[in-house]
Design a protein. Structure first.
Length: 321
């Protein structure tokens, strides 16, 4: 799949990229085989997220967030999971924000609310949000795409084809089987990955995305045959990438071994520390490279310029802070 500048400036992902994602089940990295998913190990999944972010920032970000949302499949009832996840092109988009209103009705609830910056709105089949039931319980809710309105309000300087837009709904019906509770795996729909606390899962995924975006900068400098006088800062970035990759892989292997043995003693503190260190250290190394390379990386006709901007935007995510 060859990347062109036209792909970067589009509001949508390149069609071939999206088709490949469906064929390879990259949105279903962490979905069980019972639901036609890859059922990947943690290490395998992180490698896919890294590779997609190396290719193109918006694409990698969509895979990261889409696979992360489809991870929720392990928390659905059997009936709900089959409604949503069996279809090959299933992708959830959504927000952790709370619905403004959840009222009980026959067979489920009516949900209203407004949410910001759900990645992948252009191709999402369902949307998720959080809500508080009349009994006070906080749950996650699944909205059908037909009940959702999109506001194309992206005003940030990168990731323009990730279709990360606001969404809203008014009195959307959510049946009982499309309500789920995060961190409560359901037998038949879940596997070892769903024993990992969601916060740690998201931190691993974001770490892989940041490393892949940084690797993409290095790769695009080489692919575009740019003559640069910044060998030291380029070498320093490569060393930084290698170090952060080693840390992530060590934690991922240790975590996966524990999950497969039903050992819940996960080192969540080290995982949290790792994602913050990855964001900070890569940001420093990437920007030193940008400073030393100069105007070539500021040229909007160059793919490396857009990969750089995508990286800058990605590490502004709250998980890195």
């Amino acid at each position: 799949m060859k990347l062109h500048i036209d792909h970067i400036n589009s509001k949508k992902l390149p069609h071939k990229y999206l088709e490949t994602a469906y064929q390879e089940k990259w949105f279903k990295i962490f979905v069980s085989r019972n639901l036609n998913g890859l059922e990947a190990s943690l290490q395998e999944g992180l490698q896919i997220i890294r590779s997609c972010n190396q290719m193109m920032g918006s694409f990698g970000w969509c895979i990261n967030l889409g696979a992360g949302a489809n991870y929720f499949s392990g928390f659905y009832s059997e009936a709900g999971a089959k409604k949503v996840f069996i279809q090959p092109e299933c992708v959830l988009a959504g927000s952790g924000g709370i619905a403004s209103e959840v009222t009980e009705t026959d067979g489920g609830y009516l949900v209203s609310g407004k949410w910001g910056k759900a990645t992948g709105t252009d191709y999402a089949t369902h949307f998720t949000c959080n809500g508080v039931l009349p009994n006070g319980e906080k749950v996650s809710l699944t909205l059908d795409v037909k009940d959702v309105s999109i506001q194309e309000d992206w005003n940030l300087f990168a990731m323009k084809s990730s279709s990360s837009y606001k969404f809203s709904t008014i009195s959307a019906f959510v049946p009982h089987d499309l309500i789920f509770r995060i961190n409560k795996p359901q037998q038949g729909q879940s596997y070892a990955i769903h024993k990992l606390p969601f916060d740690s899962f998201a931190q691993f995924s974001m770490t892989a995305a940041a490393i892949g975006l940084a690797e993409g900068i290095v790769a695009k400098l080489a692919d575009e045959n740019l003559k640069i006088d910044a060998q030291k800062s380029l070498a320093d970035l490569e060393i930084c990438i290698k170090e952060r990759l080693q840390v992530m892989n060590y934690l991922a292997i240790d975590t996966w071994n524990k999950l497969t043995k039903d050992d819940r003693n996960i080192d969540t503190e080290s995982i949290s520390k790792s994602v913050k260190n990855t964001g900070r250290k890569l940001f420093k190394a990437v920007n030193q490279l940008y400073y030393d390379v100069g105007l070539l990386m500021a040229d909007e006709r160059k793919l490396v310029h857009h990969q750089y901007k995508d990286f800058l935007l990605a590490v502004q995510h709250t998980i890195f802070k």
